[in-house]
Design a protein around this ligand. Sequence first.
Ligand SMILES: NC(=O)c1ccc[n+]([C@@H]2O[C@H](COP(=O)([O-])OP(=O)(O)OC[C@H]3O[C@@H](n4cnc5c(N)ncnc54)[C@H](O)[C@@H]3O)[C@@H](O)[C@H]2O)c1
Ligand SMILES: [Zn+2]
Length: 670
Amino acid sequence: MDAMHEMEELVEQLNRYSYHYYTLDQPIVSDKEYDVLYDRLVKLEQESGFVLPDSPTLRVGGELLKGFLPHRHLAPLWSLDKAQNEEELNTWSARALKLWTDYNTKNPEDPLPELQYALELKFDGLTLNLTYTDGKLVQAATRGNGTVGEGILEQIKTIRSVPLSIPYKDGTIEVQGEGIMNLSALESYNKTALEPLKNARNGAAGALRNLNPKVTASRKLNAFFYNIGYSDAKTFSSHMEMMDFLRENQFKVNPYVSYFDKFEDVMEQLHDIEKRRGELDYLIDGAVVKIVDMRTRSALGYTGKFPRWAVAYKFEAEETTTVLESVSWEVGRTGKITPIARLEAVELAGVTVKNCTLNNVGDIERKNLKFALGSRVFIRRSNDVIPEILGKVTEENDGEEIIYPEKCPACDFPLVQRGAHLFCDNRLSCKPQAIGRITHFASRDAMDIETFSIKTATQLYDELNLREPAELYELEQESLVKLERFGERKASNLLEALEQSKTRDLASFLFALGIPNTGKSTTKMLAEHYRDLDKVMNATAEELVELPDVGGIVAESIVNFFNDPFMRAGVEKMRQLGVQPTVPAEPVAVKQDSYFSGKTVVLTGTLHQLTRDEAAERLEALGAKVTGSVSKKTDIVIAGEKAGSKLTKARELGIEVIEDEDELIRLLNS
Ligand SMILES: NC(=O)c1ccc[n+]([C@@H]2O[C@H](COP(=O)([O-])OP(=O)(O)OC[C@H]3O[C@@H](n4cnc5c(N)ncnc54)[C@H](O)[C@@H]3O)[C@@H](O)[C@H]2O)c1
Ligand SMILES: [Zn+2]
C-alpha cells in the first residue's frame, strides 16, 4: 500500500475510534491499540511531509455532544506531547533546552532562569475547565475540541470536592483539572450496578457527559486540579505559586508534585511512580513533566496541539482487547466451579496473556458476556494481578453463547447454582475437590506439613485412596514407602510432620478446615474469642455476627460448615486420631494509659526495627485498634519506608502521621 493510501485509512480509522472514545465515551479499541496507529500516522506524516486536513494529529479532542450548551474557553485547552521511553523523553528535554538557550542568546540582558522541572501524575479521566467569577463557580466545561467545550455545570456540582465558591474574588479565572472516578468508588458502584462500568476513565467521562446530573451524582466522582488556564488579574511566576493558589482556594490538588533541578533525576522518579501506580485509588496513565518557570513557558510556547514546555511520559498500558476463544470450567476445593477464559494470546504489560478468570456465571451475565464467544473483549492486567475481562467491545450479542455445564467437569455430578456460583456437591469422590482440600489443609498457614504439595496429595489420592484431610492421620510408614519417589526417609519425615501438626494452634487448624469465605484473620479472631474448638463448632449465626469483621455471609458460612455432617465427622475423626489444637495463652492485660490507647491506627510501608505484624501486636497490647485502611475514623498512620497511597490519603485527611521509626519505638515503650 502506498503511504498516501495508508494515511487516508489511518485517518479514517483513528477518527472513528476518537468518535467512540471522546464523543460517546464508549471506546472500541484500547488506548494502547489507538496509540500504535496514531504513532504510525505521525511517522508517515513526517516522512511524506504531508498532513491530511482531517488528521487527528492536527486537533485536540473530539466533537461536542448535542444537548449541552457550548462553552468557549477563555484560553484554549491543549493536549500533551508524549514520550513512551527514556529516549523520547530526552529528545523532548534537548529541544526544551535548545529553545531556552536560543532565547537567552537573543535576550542576554534579561535571561530566563535555570531550567527546573515539576513532575505530576497524569490522571486518566476527563479534562475539566471551571469558570469562577468574583469567587462563584459560574460554569464548568469539558475540553471539547480545545476551543469550545460542553457546559456541564450541574454535573460538576455533584462532585463534592469541587468548591462552589472560593476566597479569590478578583474577576474571572478558569481552573483546569481532571474529573476522575476513584477505583474504590468504581468497585462499589459495580457491585450493585445493572450494567457494570468497564473502567474508571469511561465511568467518569460517561457520567460527566450525562444529561441527567442524578446519574453523575450516583457515580461519586472526584477531581484533581493542576492549572489556571485564564485569569483577569492574577499572574503567577512559577508552578509552585500556582499550586499554592489552588490550595489556598480550596481546590483539591494531588499531594504528589515533585520538583527537580536536574533532568536526569526526573527519569528515576518516573520509574518509581510507575512501580507504585497500583497503590493509588485512581487510574493514571503516566506522569507529566512541566517546566516550572512561567516566563520560560511563554518563551517556549505552543505547537498547534500542545505546549512545548510540558511532556507526558506514558506508562505501559494495562488494557487491551483480544478475542475470547473459549471457556473452560475448573473445580475448586469447596466445589465451586470457576469459569476460565481462554484468549487469543496478546501482549499486555510485559507478558503474554492467554487465560483469565471470569469469576462466576453471575459475572458472565453482568458483564454481558453470555454471547461473547469469538468476539473481542477488553482485558486489564494491573500490578501482577490476574488479568480480568472488563466487558465486550460491542454492545450487541454477536458472539456464540457460553454454555454453562450441567455436570461437574471432573466427576459428572449434577451441578447446582447458589447465588452467582455453580457448585459440585459431590464432596466424597470429586477428585479436584478432595485434592484441593487436602493440599489446603497441609499448606503453610494451615497445618504446615513441610514439603507437602499438590503432587503429594494427588499421589496419595491415586495410590492410597486418600479422600479426606482426616485420613492423613491414618497413613502408615509401611504403605508410604511403597510409593514411587517415597523412600524410608521421606515417609518418616511426612509422618513426623503430621504428628507435630496435631498440636497446631486453633487458629491455624480452623483455617486448615477451609471454611468458605473465612480467611486467616477471621479464624485467628475466632480462636482468640472462643478459645475452644467445640465452642466454635456450636456457635450460632446470631452470636457470630456480633464479632468484629464478621458479616452475615461469613457467619452463615461458618454455621453451615459445622452443621454439615460430613465436615463434622471429619473433625471428629481427626480428634480420635489425636489432633488437639492448642489455644493461645490468655491475652495480657491491655495497658490503658499509653499514647496509643483507644486510638485507631493504620500501619503502612516497611519498618526496620520490627515487622508490621510485631508492631500491630504491640499496638494492640497497648489498647489500639489496628485497621487496614485509612478513613476519617483513623487517628494515627504509622508510615514506614516506601509508604504509598495510605500515607497520601492520611495527608489529604489531615491525620496524624508517625514517620520516624525511633519516635514510634519510643512511644511504644513509654
Ligand atoms: N481508545 C481509543 O479509542 C482512543 C481514542 C482517542 C484517544 N485515546 C487516548 O487518548 C490519548 C490522547 O488524548 P489527549 O489528546 O487528550 O491526550 P492525553 O489525554 O494523553 O493528554 C492530555 C490530557 O492529560 C490530562 N492530564 C492529566 N493529568 C494532567 C496533569 N497533571 N497535567 C496536565 N494535564 C493532565 C489533561 O486532561 C489533558 O487534557 C491517546 O494517547 C489515547 O491513549 C484513545
Ligand atoms: Zn465434581
